[in-house]
Design a protein around this ligand. Structure first.
Ligand SMILES: [Zn+2]
Length: 416
């Protein structure tokens, strides 16, 4: 075991990042508790105190899971690296395949992912079968939960194997491999964007065309008005797993579509559905998928360049608990360090996402009725037990959507 500046960097970054994560959770928990006794002013007429308190309790219950998971993940990272876990796993998998070859590398990475998944599992079970169940949201069964898990593992192997093999081949042969790996990574992401709605999502849910003629007519009129004729609109059986209602847009090119959860349609009236759809169309009209893609491209280029710089230095491996320099080791260390280095950038990505939500709301206000989007949002916040009183700094890091108060304030100015 050799400690060097990489070990020190890891320990300092991990300590700061874990302290920041926990500090944010505690702040958020305090903010939610401090506002539990009264519904905030803009919602005083629309959300009852009991619903507001249920949202506070639900938020706190979820934070409790995160509060335990954060230090466990930090400890695991130390065990993997400075604790020699990665090196032990490397030696153990060496007995299963010819050492140093690509099969060995794949086995090593797969075993690493499996152990991480195993550690994450109790938290996921706790969230689904304790927290979600206690607040009446869970509809999943242990059987469905296990089937999902099996599918996720199979999908991860199917998509991950060629990507890892290609990455290792590039790292072994091309001098500027980080650039080629970046192009490969972007291609892989484009493929995933394209395949997600029509190939990946249907593995987990059933998608059907909307079968409400009255609503369909309304929607067609909206699509025409917005210049999106023949747009694919689907209803998903979200109720299979959860009572939470939602809507999303996904896909690029011909595969693009807007998806409504059946649980959302059950709650909203037709004008509200139209307003929510207008919001989702706003994301397409403003090309938000491509903005996100550009952000991903820039950050991954910088990250891969940094990886190439570290991977060329034997001290990088030795300082992080590995005996030898090799591509698979660089990839594993990279996968562990990226979240640490990336967490300080989280507010930037969250801000980009929130600005997209505001833009989509403004689009909806222009093409549908803003008051209807407000009433849909109020129903969603209430029924999903989403807190109305987040801590502002926690929100800065974690919230992809603006706080309810600010979103509704913007929509109100749009109506008057
Ligand atoms: Zn949105």
């Amino acid at each position: 075991m050799l400690l060097n500046h990489y070990s020190v960097f890891l320990l300092v970054a991990l300590t700061l990042c874990t302290a920041l994560r926990i500090g944010l959770i505690l702040r958020h928990r305090r903010s939610v508790a401090a506002h539990r006794s009264a519904v905030p002013e803009p919602f005083a007429q629309t959300i009852e105190l009991a619903a507001h308190q249920r949202a506070a309790d639900y938020t706190r219950a979820r934070l409790q899971v995160a509060l335990l998971q954060t230090p466990v993940e930090a400890a695991l990272l130390v065990l993997w690296t400075l604790g020699g876990g990665l090196q032990s796993l490397y030696e153990w998998t060496a007995s299963l395949a010819s050492p140093g070859g690509s099969t060995h590398a794949l086995l090593w990475i797969a075993a690493f992912a499996l152990v991480n998944g195993f550690v994450e599992l109790p938290f996921s079970v706790w969230r689904t079968f304790v927290v979600e169940a206690r607040f009446g949201f869970n509809r999943s069964t242990p059987r469905l939960f296990l089937a999902d898990l099996a599918k996720e593992i199979a999908l991860g192997m199917l998509l991950g194997t060629p990507l890892i093999l290609a990455a290792i081949a590039l790292m072994n042969s091309a001098p500027a491999w980080w650039f080629w790996l970046w192009l490969l990574w972007l291609g892989f992401n484009l493929l995933a964007l394209w395949l997600f709605p029509s190939v990946i999502a249907p593995l987990f849910n059933r998608f059907e065309a909307l079968d409400n003629p009255e609503l369909a007519r309304r929607i067609e009129a909206l699509l025409d008005r917005c210049g999106f004729p023949h747009y694919a609109l689907y209803v998903m059986d979200g109720s299979r797993r959860s009572a939470h209602g939602n809507a999303y847009f996904a896909g690029i090119g011909r595969a693009r579509r807007i998806v409504f959860f059946d649980t959302l349609l059950a709650k909203l009236d037709e004008a509200e559905v139209e307003a929510v759809l207008a919001h989702e169309l706003g994301h397409y009209a403003h090309h938000h998928i491509w903005w996100r893609f550009v952000a991903l491209a820039l950050v991954s280029l910088a990250a891969l360049w940094l990886l190439a710089w570290a991977a060329a230095d034997p001290a990088f491996y030795h300082g992080l608990g590995l005996a030898s320099a090799q591509p698979a080791a660089a990839l594993l260390l990279f996968a562990m360090i990226v979240p640490l280095v990336g967490f300080p950038l989280a507010p930037m990505f969250a801000a980009l996402s929130r600005s997209h939500e505001y833009a989509a709301d403004r689009y909806a206000a222009r093409h549908a009725v803003a008051d209807k989007l407000i009433s849909a949002l109020v129903k969603l916040y209430r029924d999903n037990a989403a807190t109305l009183t987040p801590d502002p700094i926690y929100s800065l890091f974690h919230d992809t959507h603006p706080p309810a108060t600010l979103r509704i304030a913007q929509l109100r100015t749009a109506t008057h």
